[in-house]
Design a protein around this ligand. Structure first.
Ligand SMILES: [Zn+2]
Length: 509
């Protein structure tokens, strides 16, 4: 089809001619090695892209990759032999992010903290001694991890561990429960550099600056490992060169690959589990009800029958979660003592009044003027959320302060969603308990103390403010329980100034 092309005749007789070119063929390391006729990643010249030469470990076993020289191809690839002129450079075999990054590096990092690369006489700064406790924390947090996360949230030490489980472990568990346990600041910073690299590689959009920063982070990670593998190091060599696996080496080619082919996630061939595919179809079908549902005057039978909340979050990638549920009607005018999902009618009306005063710019609105009829629903999957709000950062700056709008992120537990009509406007709102949050200075992760977790502040907000559905990963750090907030596209930064600027202050809303 590359030479002759295909012709498609449309119903109206129009003929469309196209030629088909193969531009990419990829797979995990063994698969790509066979496609390219490469000797394989366990060969001394184990990279199909560059001329690196591998070395044995300290016991004379295996092949590991630290520096550059040599060549590993044993002939023209299958495609070059068959005159596919589009396929000629190593880049056309891309890099397969799923196995390379999450399975490869997730597993490697577990081995690192499990002392698998430690030389006998030394203790690695990565070694931690309570891995089993961490696995217990993961398992016990499962009930607070929504379906927007694809992993199983079970131990990764044994049993069936899928790529998505390694992904959750590396991108979400490592920066929260593991980084604070590492023995040195250098090990913490190097780990965050690795995690941040892998978090970036998961995303569908990368700017040039993102790619440059990823290159810096990757170098940081590799240089730190090289330092620990150096026999001439003060205090002796800490890690075996076995830590430089083929996966580690191929990671050094990722930024170049992104420059040539775009974000790796765009050509990732992830398998969509059946249930997930079903959800996507459901969402596409149901999303069409939203407009009809919010339209005030639309009373036709079909809409009445399907009185459901369906609300999709934008920008959450292919896992795009949604709020969905049956609605019930309640009139708080008749009974303020009623309780909806642990929120009393009286408190709800007070919070609604504050919301309407702030968000409608009508500070004179009175209690008697508020429409107290609501239609509400709950959604288990959207229990914990991350919110993005524009706030006046100078609200407490005193008289004469300049209004400085800024974006801040808040975290809370949604009690229920409801539709509220006030005048001509129909809004989809939520009754939410917002938490006072803290920043872990070693990783920039966000957590809630047990005291704050038990005392959220009731607020009414528009559902438009939700940017992510959040999981709560609870575990002990330095003898105290922390409830870490995690979300699928979380990005780690250890810069406390940036984190503090962005972390929502409850006094500002
Ligand atoms: Zn290479």
């Amino acid at each position: 089809m590359e030479d002759d092309g295909i012709e498609v005749e449309l119903e109206d007789g129009t003929i469309i001619s196209s030629k088909v070119h193969l531009i990419l063929d990829t797979g995990d390391l063994p698969q790509a090695d066979s496609l390219t006729h490469h000797r394989g990643h366990s060969h001394r010249a184990g990279c199909r892209i560059c001329k690196i030469t591998g070395v044995h470990n300290e016991k004379g076993h295996g092949i590991y990759f630290i520096d550059h020289s040599g060549a590993g191809l044993n002939g023209p690839s299958l495609f070059t032999q068959n005159n596919f002129y589009t396929i000629k450079d190593p880049e056309f075999y891309a890099l397969y992010e799923m196995h390379l990054v999450y399975h490869g590096l997730g597993h490697l990092y577990l081995n690192l903290i499990n002392s698998k690369f430690d030389l006998n006489s030394t203790i690695s700064p990565f070694a931690i001694n309570d891995i089993n406790e961490i696995m217990t924390s993961i398992r016990q947090s499962r009930q607070n991890i929504p379906t927007a996360f694809n992993g199983n949230w079970q131990t990764v030490l044994s049993g069936t561990v899928r790529v998505v489980d390694w992904q959750d472990f590396l991108l979400l568990v490592v920066p929260t429960l593991i980084v604070p346990r590492l023995k040195t600041k250098k090990a913490q910073e190097a780990t965050i550099a690795l995690v941040r690299t892998c978090q970036k590689l998961l995303t569908y959009e990368l700017t040039r600056i993102d790619v440059e920063n990823t290159e810096i982070d990757l170098k940081h990670w590799h240089c730190y490992l090289q330092e620990l593998c150096n026999p001439g190091r003060d205090g002796g060599q800490v890690l075996s060169v076995a830590v430089f696996t083929p996966n580690q080496h191929y990671m050094t080619h990722t930024t170049r690959m992104i420059e040539l082919l775009g974000p790796m996630r765009m050509y990732s061939s992830r398998r969509i589990p059946g249930a997930n595919a079903n959800n996507i179809l459901l969402k596409l079908g149901m999303a069409r009800y939203v407009d009809a549902f919010l339209e005030k005057n639309n009373d036709d039978e079909q809409v009445k029958r399907k009185r459901k909340i369906v609300y999709s979050l934008d920008g959450a990638g292919d896992d795009d979660p949604e709020i969905r549920g049956q609605l019930k009607s309640i009139d708080l005018e008749k009974n303020e003592e009623v309780t909806i999902a642990s929120v009393s009618g009286r408190r709800l009306i007070e919070a609604l009044m504050t919301f309407l005063r702030t968000w409608t710019e009508n500070s004179n609105i009175k209690r008697s003027q508020i429409n107290k009829k609501v239609r509400y629903g709950r959604n288990r999957a959207a229990h914990f959320v991350r919110l993005r709000l524009g706030v006046d950062l100078n609200v407490n700056g005193g008289v004469g302060s300049v209004i400085l709008p800024g974006t801040q992120y808040y975290y809370g537990q949604v009690y229920f969603y409801f539709v509220h009509e006030q005048g001509e406007t129909s809004r989809m709102l939520m009754a939410i308990g917002l938490y006072s949050m803290l920043i872990d200075s070693t990783s920039g992760s966000i957590y809630i103390t047990p005291l704050a977790f038990a005392n959220p502040v009731l607020t009414i907000l528009d559902v438009e403010a939700i940017c992510d559905f959040v999981g709560i990963l609870s575990g002990e750090v330095d003898g105290l329980i922390r409830h870490y907030c995690i979300w699928p596209y979380m990005e780690s930064t250890e810069d406390p100034e940036i984190m503090e600027l962005l972390l929502g202050n409850l006094n500002l809303i």
